[in-house]
Design a protein around this ligand. Structure first.
Ligand SMILES: [Zn+2]
Ligand SMILES: [Zn+2]
Length: 351
């Protein structure tokens, strides 16, 4: 159940390498999934991730909008189209809540709060987004530096920099949350109150929202229908460890129905949690095997760890980031260590 489907959000940091690919674009669509709950399926410009969800939940004379879709030319029209299919308008939005600050969940927040005249609530640990949106050249340069010290040769690095093309961040503008979305905050809707649960790992700013009476979970990218791993690297001490803890946090909620950030709703929440744990363990074990056989840079290790995913220009940056996240977790749990040098190599830690 977890084959080669980990690509969701591979480009979430703002990569635009795929924009040149000709393919049929999806249209925004809206549908009611429960009384007072609407799924707004919004198109994305990313290969392998054709769309993402925003969720509109009835609240008094309007709706609370959970997540926003990405900002790109025509993207507000896609949101309007999806809302209209549910007899809703942007002006009906009373509050925007973002599960995390990736461009596909936060990109249109600035435009929507401006037009609807409403507040934005989001977790305060969103530097990973603000860095990118406010100075994408500097953020891109940092990525290249991480890639270089991880053993990526100069030639592909130059090609990567040249192919970068558009500098679009997918974010209309950086807008600070009016309210910090932290535990203890509740969101009122016609379905009842939603509580906030910090679930970092996929992104430092990630939260899940839970409606206890109905056991509904708005899971963002923490839990998806297709088991899919992505970790922001460089903004928190141990994204993999944080993600594993966040799986425990969500499991304790005993959700009955999950409203994810991409794809359809699903009910077998425990199976998805367990599937994520298994996949992380499998990747970690494989990472240890690879560096035990021979000290390796992250760049050398990545295609061996991900021998089930094609290593290409499109996947390389994502696979490298994930490999670094696994190595960091192994280091922090005493199982791997770095060998100083340029590039940096990794090996197993002596018992
Ligand atoms: Zn996403
Ligand atoms: Zn995301």
């Amino acid at each position: 159940m977890a084959q080669s489907s980990e690509q969701t959000d591979a480009a979430a940091g703002g990569g635009s390498q795929a924009r040149g690919l000709a393919r049929k674009r999806e249209l925004g669509r809206g549908e009611r999934v429960l009384p007072g709950v609407y799924r707004l399926r919004l198109p994305l410009p990313w290969p392998g991730v054709p769309h993402g969800n925003a969720w509109a939940v009835a609240a008094g004379d309007g709706v609370v909008l959970f997540d926003t879709g990405i900002h790109e030319p025509g993207s507000m029209a896609q949101l309007e189209r999806a809302l209209e299919m549910c007899n809703l308008r942007v002006e009906d939005i009373r509050l925007v809540v973002c599960t995390h600050a990736h461009s596909d969940h936060y990109g249109q927040a600035a435009t929507i709060v401006e037009r609807a005249g409403c507040e934005l609530w989001m977790h305060p640990n969103h530097a990973h987004m603000a860095d990118w949106a406010e100075d994408s050249d500097a953020a891109f340069a940092r990525r290249l530096e991480i890639a270089r010290s991880s053993g990526v040769p100069e030639e592909p690095l130059r090609r990567y920099a040249a192919e970068r093309g558009s500098h679009d961040s997918g974010i209309a503008a950086v807008v600070e949350p009016d309210r910090a979305l932290v535990p203890g905050v509740t969101i009122s809707t016609d379905l009842g109150e939603w509580s906030v649960h910090e679930t970092p790992g996929h992104a430092p700013s990630h939260v899940c929202l839970f409606q206890a009476e109905r056991r509904l979970l708005i899971s963002g990218d923490h839990l998806l229908g297709r088991i899919s791993l992505y970790f922001d690297y460089g903004y928190s001490p141990d994204p993999v460890g944080e993600f594993m803890h966040s799986l425990d946090v969500v499991q304790e909620l005993r959700a009955r129905l999950c409203l994810p950030g991409h794809g359809r709703t699903f009910t077998d929440v425990d199976a998805h949690i367990e599937g994520n744990r298994e996949l992380v363990h499998r990747r970690l074990e494989r990472t240890l095997e690879v560096i035990a056989s021979e000290p390796a840079t992250a760049f050398e290790a990545a295609p061996q760890i991900y021998d089930d995913v094609p290593f290409s220009a499109l996947t390389a940056a994502w696979l490298l980031t994930e490999t670094l996240a696994f190595l960091l977790h192994l280091e922090r749990t005493g199982r791997a260590r770095r060998i100083a040098g340029e590039p940096e190599r990794w090996t197993v830690a002596e018992a």
